[in-house]
Design a protein around this ligand. Structure first.
Ligand code: CDP
Length: 211
């Protein structure tokens, strides 16, 4: 049997990354955080002094990207969040990153998390989850992460940045953030990470076991 592809999409800080990593470990599948690709492209543009909203600069950065850049330690934080979302709106950037994402799952299957995995990258994925949570819950999670990481923005600033990025991700013409019609919806607003994982694993197993 071909190893499965599991697509996990949803807005910022909905809990996709933690869930996807745990699912991959439980199912013994490789894991790819596709947000890192867009973050690394955005980082590259910023490093070169370019404007992440400039399509040509973003496409050139995507063309030059190497897998080693995905492990850079400076891919988080508000500046890269915004740059990632801006470069991600460029069709040429998305096209450039498609082969890498598809190739990643070829041999052993994979769990991938992002915004368009179930709609564009793997429309035939064996299982698709769309993970959401209220804006307030997501902003609070990201705010706690930032504080634990040593920066101290206000909660309202984090919420405003996140709302702006969600709006950009959902409104863009190419691969907008939206659930695939056959995605299982998981709202983690009131779930702790263990409860979210238990529900996600049950949903994944049910789909994988379905005839
Ligand atoms: O961790 P967080 O949910 O905040 O963001 P991320 O998953 O690392 O993604 C950063 C940005 O990359 C998003 O705001 C999207 O604009 C973009 N992205 C995308 O367009 N498509 C993907 N498959 C993954 C990320």
């Amino acid at each position: 049997m071909k190893p499965p592809v599991i697509a996990i999409d949803g807005p910022a800080a909905a809990g996709k990354g933690t869930l996807a990593r745990r699912l991959a470990a439980a199912l013994d599948l490789p894991y790819l955080d596709t947000g890192l690709l867009y973050r690394a492209v955005g980082r590259r543009v910023l490093d070169g002094g370019g404007d992440p909203a400039d399509g040509a600069a973003a496409a050139a950065a995507a063309a030059a990207l190497t897998p080693a850049e995905l492990t850079r330690r400076d891919l988080r934080g508000p500046e890269v969040d915004r740059a990632a979302s801006l470069v991600a709106a460029q069709p040429l950037v998305r096209a450039r990153l498609l082969d890498f994402q598809r190739g990643f799952a070829t041999e052993r299957g994979a769990v991938l998390d992002g915004r368009d995995i179930g709609t564009v990258v793997f429309p035939a994925a064996a299982v698709k989850l769309f993970v959401t949570a209220s804006l307030a819950a997501r902003a609070e999670r990201r705010w706690r992460e930032r504080r634990a990481g040593g920066t101290a923005p206000t909660l309202s600033a984090v919420e405003a940045e996140m709302a702006a990025r969600d709006a950009l991700d959902a409104a863009r013409a190419v691969s907008p953030l939206r659930p695939a019609p056959d995605a299982v919806l998981l709202d983690t607003t009131t779930l702790d990470p263990d409860a979210a994982f238990a529900q996600a694993l049950a949903a994944v197993r049910a789909r994988l076991d379905a005839p």
